[in-house]
Design a protein around this ligand. Sequence first.
Ligand code: ZN
Ligand code: ZN
Length: 390
Amino acid sequence: MKALVYHGPRQVSVDDVPDARIEKPTDVLVRITSTNICGSDLHMYEGRTDFEEGRIFGHENLGEVVEVGDAVDKVAVGDMVSAPFNVSCGHCENCEHGLTNYCLRANEPGLAGAAYGFADMGPWPGGQAEYLRVPWGDFQCLRLPEDARDKQDDYVMLSDIFPTGWHATEMSGLKPGESIVIYGGGPVGQMAALSAVTKGASKVMVVDRHPDRLRLAEQIGAIPIDDSQGSPVDQVMEQTQGRGADRGCECVGYQAHDPQGNEDNADTLNKLVSSVRFTGGIGTVGVFVPQDPGAPDELAQQGKARFDFGNFWFKGQQMGCGQAPVKRYNRHLRSLIAADKVKPSWIVSHDLSLEQAPEAYKHFDAREDGWTKVVLHPGQTSNGSGRENG
Ligand SMILES: [Zn+2]
Ligand SMILES: [Zn+2]
């Protein structure tokens, strides 16, 4: 089968690799019809992780079931399914408690949590390929309704970024009527904004500096805050009568940098502490890592940050962090899409074939204007199917 393979920093190509196949009776084999390039793929693409050469990217996957193992009982050939990016077994202690983001059986012993095509998250090949093996298929696969084929660009967001954005707002403690500031207007930040709007926040502010992202946030009723035009903390204070936002979300991660490009992994965290009111809450879903050998300073190389703990403690804030347990939310978010209450595909800028992926990585990695979210459609040819959305 064809798959997008990593060959070293900023080197990927579409190669012929051995077909994904049923290996255990509980497996489901999915023919991928939509798979996203994610911001967290870029950490690996840029060589900022220990992602091994030869591995396949892709953890935001949707497709059609083409084969099921003998022990698969619920999922059937022909079903359109969304596969959560978390690989999880369904019956370990953490999975039983709904913590599928920290499954104890899907990674090597001593590590909790796994994902497709992801550094340090187990051996699982990614889905930027023609086929994907989904282990523990009955537990993993979320079946999609009749309109799945027509609304793939919406449903494909259920595998990661929509639940992740939702989780950020959950961890922040957001209640209807409260205000919230979201640092990072990339795809996850946009989904956090959509989630906050859907939950009835009174004011949703999105901090970024890319005009295309600020425009997207504005389209769903959020207030764009351009941090290249002055302190975002001051702008949030202006919007909240000097109190600060009730809640905040971190949707940038460890490669946070100022508008001039200076990297500081604590930048967004410290600005959140300053932007959120006394006793407010913060949800951090941007990726941080235990070691970052490519970081510009020694502390960050050890995965440490100059976090403004004094101000955080003084203000009595709370923070939740980590990857999202997709299964906690994806069923309900599916229903919101099916009922046309939300349309997460509004952020999609490009629908491309798998062959166009290496080119797409270049543009997306450069944060080129207009490259907000790329959906790849393996099985489609590049001539004519590539769509740049206006
Ligand atoms: Zn992702
Ligand atoms: Zn488990």
